[in-house]
Write a protein that binds this ligand. Structure first.
Ligand code: ZN
Length: 245
């Protein structure tokens, strides 16, 4: 099965800040696309905030199996109409992988129903993401932990609903901890939040980080039962299967 992946990036830091452009000259979305697109069974396309409908038209979403979301400084510029559209696709079975500062995106907050607030610090400290669910397919091929030499810290309390599955917990040099890799089901869709990815560090070139994202793409792609009715539209089944006496 070929999985169609769309990578959304607000694509502002890379154009406005020289230090970020040096790391991601074509944008974070293109770096991720190059990495994920190396696998034959993953088709990748990209979308950015500046495109009409942010590149997330009905047609694009209709043929997207898994959507990756990177945003930071312009969450409020994402049109509510597009958020509605993405949410509906998730409820109908599209996978969604929310990256790093996407914790505050409209779509993630919508799907979680909580503030998704965190604490943070930018001090270039070390992070270890510990695998706390080695049975999970998203952790496949990863060592006991992922170590990232320099990161922006995110700490608890992370205001999310209790995850269905918790796969990574981060330790930071400064002492904080954070639920860095967690999953939820929403409707027929699978949602994965993954913390790494601050734009001023070359985190999306790190092999084990990319391996997690590749695993997450396979995990998030819909493999369920499309014959089940009642998703979103609550049909009135006037004609019973059996005669009702
Ligand atoms: Zn950041």
């Amino acid at each position: 099965m070929t999985i169609n992946v769309t990578i959304f990036n607000e694509f502002l830091h890379e154009r406005k800040i020289e230090a970020v452009r040096e790391i991601y000259p074509d944008g974070i979305h293109m770096a991720l696309a190059a990495a994920l697109g190396q696998t034959d069974d993953i088709n990748v396309q990209t979308a950015t905030l500046q495109q009409p409908e942010h590149g997330l038209t009905e047609a694009v979403l209709a043929q997207t199996d898994v959507l990756l979301w990177w945003g930071h400084m312009a969450h409020d510029q994402v049109a509510d109409e597009i958020v509605d559209r993405v949410q509906e696709r998730v409820l109908k079975g599209m996978g969604l992988i929310v990256l790093h500062s996407g914790h505050f995106s409209k779509i993630f907050k919508r799907l979680m129903g909580t503030s998704c607030g965190i604490i943070w610090r930018e001090a270039g400290e070390k992070e270890r993401l510990w695998v706390v669910d080695p049975t999970h397919p998203i952790a496949q091929g990863i060592d006991r932990f992922i170590e990232i030499p320099q990161v922006e810290m995110y700490g608890e309390f992370f205001d999310i609903p209790e995850p269905d599955e918790l796969i990574f917990i981060s330790w930071f040099e400064g002492g904080e901890v954070f639920r860095s890799g967690a999953t939820w089901r929403r409707g027929q869709g699978r949602v994965f939040y993954f913390r790494p990815g601050h734009e001023t560090y070359p985190i999306y070139y790190q092999k084990d980080v990319l391996q997690v994202l590749r695993n997450a793409v396979y995990w998030a792609a819909f493999r369920g039962n499309t014959a089940v009715t009642g998703i979103l539209n609550a049909p009135n089944m006037k004609e019973p299967l059996e005669e009702i006496k």
